[in-house]
Design a binder for this molecule. Structure first.
Ligand code: SAM
Length: 229
């Protein structure tokens, strides 16, 4: 069941997905981002990068498939406390995600996060970014699409791409089965499929090495795999 990445589509990716379910889906992702280590992976990556940086300007970060901007908002709060300057461009192709993100950002009066509705495969920004991150986004793509995307990002990401995704394994799957028990059938389906579409560190490392001999991929706490190209 976990030997190879699963295929299949998620209910929430459908253009006609019920907005109530979409909101429930993003609420569940908030839990996963906190107890499952999603925010922690991005924090650790940016801490390593920014603590060594001598740049006076803010670091610019493209968040691919940002959803309702849960991770950029949490990272912006952390960066403010640490005295790091970071500006996010949050990209999502789903208008419902973009609307939720804009609402959250307006409520926080956050001026360093910009939201853009676009498909990342055709997105051409006016300026280059220092970094791009994808949190639970790359598992939506086939291996071939990941190759295509990394080549595309090379055109406008200067320093590094962080792939922050789910570890494909039985332990994760079983924990998720318990966590999603009280949720709607569609969310249960999407959450469990997401783990089956996730990554194993070694296979991700092999794929990334095709793009960068210095690329790394490793297992992170608790249910995560992180790859850096
Ligand atoms: C599982 S959600 C993750 C949301 C957020 N990154 C988080 O971790 O809380 C994946 C997001 O990727 C977006 N997405 C999938 N394919 C995309 C594409 N080709 N271009 C832009 N966004 C995409 C979806 O709309 C969805 O909001």
């Amino acid at each position: 069941m976990f030997k190879e990445r699963a295929r299949g589509s998620e209910f929430l990716d459908r253009p006609d997905a019920d907005p109530r379910l979409v909101e429930q889906g993003y609420q569940f992702m908030k839990v996963v981002n906190r107890i499952g280590g999603g925010i922690r992976v991005v924090r650790k990556f940016l801490e390593q990068e920014l603590s060594q940086s001598m740049a006076a300007d803010a670091a610019t970060v493209l968040d691919i498939g940002a959803g309702d901007c849960d991770i950029p908002l949490a990272i912006t709060r952390w960066a403010d406390q640490r005295g790091y300057k970071v500006r996010f461009t949050c990209l999502d192709h789903d208008p419902k995600a973009v609307e939720l993100a804009q609402d959250r950002i307006a409520r926080c009066h956050c001026h360093t996060i910009q939201v853009v509705q676009a498909d990342v495969f055709t997105y051409r920004p006016p300026d280059k970014f220092d970094y791009a991150i994808g949190s639970m986004t790359f598992h939506h793509f086939t291996d071939e699409e990941i190759d295509t995307l990394l080549i595309h990002l090379r055109g406008f990401v200067r320093k590094a791409v962080l792939i922050n995704d789910l570890h494909r394994c039985l332990a994760n799957y079983m924990v998720c089965v318990l966590l999603v028990l009280p949720l709607d059938r569609e969310i249960r389906h999407d959450a469990l499929l997401s783990i089956r579409r996730g990554f194993k560190p070694r296979e991700l490392a092999r794929r990334l090495a095709k793009h960068d001999p210095m690329a790394v991929a490793q297992r992170m706490w608790f249910c995560r795999v992180a790859g850096v190209v």
